[in-house]
Design a protein around this ligand. Structure first.
Ligand code: FE
Ligand code: FE
Length: 168
């Protein structure tokens, strides 16, 4: 695709996010199934519902801007999900696998936060108020998810994992 204008770049960023979110809708159930800690599993399930909403919001924006979001594959999300699934297929103690899942999930959230932050900045610059508002809703949810993961790691999962003793 040709990037002649800032609007073209915004559409490109939105397509990338659309692909990323759709890939995540498929990955989150697997992450939930791999989690042992109840709160972590519930967190993934909750974020799955939010993620379906993120897809819908991007479709709303596409309607407003009169553009198509299909036909692009986000390779970064593909890689992040692949790394995560490699990690969770390792032979691991349950709580250590949970800690690994948090790390994988936070990589995903940070990628999305960067993408939505960029898209929102472009939309702001272009004066697209409705798009800014919609992107902000999603960005806030991605940030909240990231913070919840940090809290779960720091208060519970990492603490429990640290109590494991190496029996070698
Ligand atoms: Fe999302
Ligand atoms: Fe991407």
């Amino acid at each position: 695709m040709k990037l002649e204008t800032l609007q073209d770049l915004l559409v490109h960023e939105l397509k990338d996010l659309y692909s990323a979110e759709n890939q995540l809708v498929k990955a989150l159930p697997k992450m939930a199934a791999a989690a042992t800690n109840e709160d972590l599993r519930a967190g993934f399930e909750e974020h799955l519902e939010e993620t379906k909403n993120h897809v819908t919001r991007l479709e709303e924006i596409a309607e407003i801007l009169g553009c198509k979001l299909t036909g692009h594959r986000c390779k970064a999300m593909e890689g992040l999900i692949e790394e995560g699934s490699e990690l969770i297929s390792e032979d691991a103690e349950d709580v250590v696998r949970d800690a690994a899942l948090i790390g994988a999930a936070q990589r995903v959230e940070h990628y999305e936060i960067a993408g939505y932050g960029t898209a929102r900045a472009l939309a702001e610059c272009l004066g697209y108020g409705d798009t800014v508002r919609i992107l902000t809703e999603t960005l806030d949810e991605e940030r909240a998810t990231d913070e919840k993961l940090t809290e779960l790691a720091e208060t519970t999962i990492n603490v429990e994992a640290a109590e494991l003793v190496d029996v070698e």
